[in-house]
Design a protein around this ligand. Structure first.
Ligand SMILES: CCCCCCCC/C=C\CCCCCCCC(=O)N[C@@H](CO)[C@H](O)/C=C/CCCCCCCCCCCCC
Ligand SMILES: [Ca+2]
Ligand SMILES: [Zn+2]
Length: 266
């Protein structure tokens, strides 16, 4: 058991040279880049609050758990231990499950599912089974997680088919572009390491960390915006960018221009 905590007990080893910058941190840049999750997650929690308050406070679980993804990712790259790998992968699985439970469009539910709470229970059962099966062949977990990423892209594409809202379309294109860039870095680091070592540039996995957290911020805001239009249309949801809506770059969030629960009660 103690072996599972020991340095380099994971079968995974990313392209970055081990112990290059510190004798205590196996992959330095991969560890440092995981801290991006700590920067983006609290900002997203703050920006999502008006929408979550109106829709369901459980939505905050997604970005709260992303803080743990960052923590476990940093621990994994610092040690490359088996426990670090499992914590990193299982925390991603549970964030994805949370995202599906709160945002999966109601009209795409399987016909035998009546409401969101039954759907969430189904997601919970599937996630518990996946958690247990992740110990069978741990090296396959990352690929399975990326398949969920592909499924999310499919759900987004289905939802955007009839969309004419220019701001949402732009956000959709940006999310997909960021995801493509991120996954290219992840695959290149995994399978093209000897090439990158020859160029003395072994930082693609760290760049993946930065790109994927921004892709998730963009993609999840878009899904949340489509959800708000469907579930709380009276609140007149709109899309804006933080810190300044006029800038070409920034973090997207939902603004509610119509009535809200508190206003309705008055
Ligand atoms: C309708 C469903 C909506 C769900 C929205 C939920 C959003 C949260 C999704 C995912 C969190 C991703 C976190 C990535 C953490 C990276 C840590 C890491 O690098 N781990 C690696 C080892 O260090 C590991 O090998 C990585 C495994 C692959 C993880 C793949 C996750 C899928 C990401 C999907 C993101 C889609 C973005 C949206 C684009 C439109
Ligand atoms: Ca390495
Ligand atoms: Zn990583």
């Amino acid at each position: 058991m103690a072996g599972a905590f020991s340095y380099e007990s994971s079968e995974l080893d990313w392209c970055e040279d081990n112990y290059r910058h510190s004798e205590h941190v196996v992959e330095y840049f991969n560890t440092i880049s995981s801290f991006f999750f700590f920067i983006i997650s609290p900002i997203m929690l703050y920006l999502m609050h008006p929408y979550a308050k109106e829709r369901n406070l459980a939505i905050h679980m997604v970005w709260t758990m992303m803080i743990f993804v960052g923590l476990f990712s940093a621990y994994f790259h610092m040690t490359l231990s088996f426990v670090g790998q499992m914590l990193d992968e299982l925390s991603i699985l549970w964030v994805l499950a949370m995202g599906y439970a709160v945002w999966f469009p109601r009209r795409l539910f399987p016909s035998f599912i009546k409401d969101r709470s039954t759907f969430s229970n189904l997601v919970l059962v599937v996630t518990i089974i996946s958690t247990l099966s992740s110990f069978v062949k741990p090296t396959a977990n990352a690929y399975a997680l990326n398949c969920f990423g592909l499924h999310m892209l499919y759900v987004l594409a289905v939802e955007m088919r009839c969309c004419t809202d220019q701001k949402a379309l732009r956000l959709g294109k940006l999310s997909v572009a960021l995801w493509v860039l991120a996954i290219t870095c992840w695959i290149s680091d995994r399978f093209g390491c000897s090439f990158w070592q020859r160029l003395n540039f072994c930082y693609l996995h760290g760049i993946w960390h930065i790109l994927i957290v921004i892709a998730v911020a963009y993609g999840s805001t878009l899904i949340a915006y489509l959800d708000a239009n469907y579930e709380i249309p009276y609140s007149l949801p709109g899309l804006q960018y933080w810190p300044c809506d006029k800038w070409a770059v920034g973090l997207p969030h939902i603004v509610l221009k119509g009535t809200t629960k508190t206003q309705k009660r008055c």
